[in-house]
Design a protein around this ligand. Sequence first.
Ligand code: GRF
Length: 195
Amino acid sequence: RRVAILLSGGGSNMVALARSMTGDHPARPVLVMANSADAGGLEKAAAMGIETGFVDHRPFAGDRGAFEEALHERLSQAAPDILCLAGFMRVLTEGFVARWQGRMLNIHPSLLPKYRGLHTHARALEAGDAEHGCTVHEVTPALDDGPILGQARVPVQPGDTPEGLAARVLEMEHRLYPAVLRRFAAGRREPVLLP
Ligand code: GRF
């Protein structure tokens, strides 16, 4: 299976996913795409020998459809079977999702359905939750919704800051996402639950 990974930032999840696709793994990374030329993950992907691309979203300001046309055009050149959103910070329209639905995954740093959207760690602390975590789900038109393919739980510790909690969640993301992708690429859908 051919996997394209979409990112906006440093790409630590992309690195974890790419490193996992070796040996008898049913998938290989064929493209790493960003929505800006200076996403740190692009350099990391290139250093790993993975093809990279980007579509800067800013020239398309306001015309989300045109941005997604350009994205789809570049993606299609790599002919991926599966898209993994990994720290991709652009909301995708129903039109784009419809083309990839059932073949597009996302990782979100909360125990969905709790805390869809942004600032999830601060919100979990604000709520006094005893545990937090991350979720991999199939992407559907509704934001951070869709069938759950995996979850990893992280205990909240006394004195946790959003940054400290985020760092612990990110470490679990790097374990959860590869485990889910391996199962998904093998055609299996039962959720991965960690620890
Ligand atoms: C992190 O906040 C992570 O929780 C979320 O995307 C952000 C960037 O991750 N999934 P990455 O290092 O670019 O993979």
